[in-house]
Design a protein around this ligand. Structure first.
Ligand SMILES: [Fe+2]
Length: 281
């Protein structure tokens, strides 16, 4: 199948930047990068508009594995397994499962691992920009077959049928304007929104969505020690951690993987987020 221009451009960027940088350091950059452990972080959020019936719900937030040369499937599977041991109620993957190539990197195994995690409130995926580079439709189909519900502008009820938690997800878009439209087109207002791009939060806050989970920024990958938001993700003001506006919250994970083999003061992470109904702290 013919590859898209976006895929070819990303491949060239990968060869020119990622591989060359690694070779110039005689492989040291890549070796060090792959040796960095993925941390399992636990976070507690207080969300004023969170439904009482779902107070204390625990969400495994997995994002930006970028399966490929810089993230071998074994390392990703190990991180998923460690999260699964914490027995979350829901799995929320906010995209960039793969870096470039969909096939040959173990995407099937990673999707199977996420899709088979025990999670009574469901397992959800929204696609990221990298997931669309090779074959986003195929990736979504593979995920669906393996137990992940892929949200393309949908809102689904989970939990108690008479008092459900509403989980929504929007597909990848790069601009605030396009994301505004995606959020506006959701058929109803969810309690939880999954969006790869944190820029969706502008529209989510206007629509009174209590909590948005995102990835995409990688926290800039290079940050000031002890100040994760002082980072080089210049295109993103919402780049790491918790943001609040109009009583609504956004949590941006710095993610597990990367497209460039360098992370400084920005440890790779997977999260288990406990969501409490309560005043912002
Ligand atoms: Fe990413």
């Amino acid at each position: 199948m013919a590859r898209s221009n976006l895929f070819l451009r990303a491949k060239i960027r990968h060869i020119v930047l990622t591989r060359t940088a690694d070779r110039l350091t005689l492989g040291m950059l890549g070796r060090r990068h792959r040796a960095q452990p993925i941390e399992v972080r636990t976070v507690e959020l207080c969300i004023p508009q969170w439904p009482q019936a779902y107070d204390g719900v625990r969400i495994a937030h997995l994002t930006d594995f970028h399966l490929g040369e810089l993230m071998h499937v074994g390392q990703a599977l190990d991180a998923v397994e460690r999260v699964a041991c914490l027995k979350p109620d829901m799995v929320a993957c906010t995209g960039d499962v793969v870096d470039l190539d969909l096939h040959g990197m173990g995407a099937e195994d990673l999707l199977s691992a996420m899709g088979s995690m025990e999670a009574p409130l469901g397992r959800f995926l929204v696609l990221g920009n990298h997931d669309h580079l090779d074959d986003g439709h195929m990736l979504a189909a593979m995920a669906s077959m393996r137990g992940l519900q892929v949200l393309h502008g949908a809102v689904v009820p989970v939990g108690d049928a008479s008092d459900p938690l509403l989980v929504g997800g929007v597909d990848w878009a790069s601009t605030v304007r396009a994301l505004d439209q995606r959020v506006a087109e959701l058929p109803q207002t969810p309690h939880l929104l999954l969006a790869h791009n944190p820029k969706a939060f502008h529209a989510a806050a206007r629509r009174d969505i209590p909590l948005t989970l995102s990835g995409h920024t990688h926290g800039g990958q290079v940050a000031w020690k002890g100040k994760p938001r002082a980072n080089v993700s210049f295109a993103h003001r919402l780049s790491a951690g918790l943001y609040q506006r109009n009583g609504c919250s956004l949590f941006v994970s710095v993610g597990a993987g990367a497209w460039f083999p360098l992370r400084v003061h920005c440890a790779p992470e997977v999260l288990v987020i406990t969501v409490r109904r309560g005043a912002v702290q």
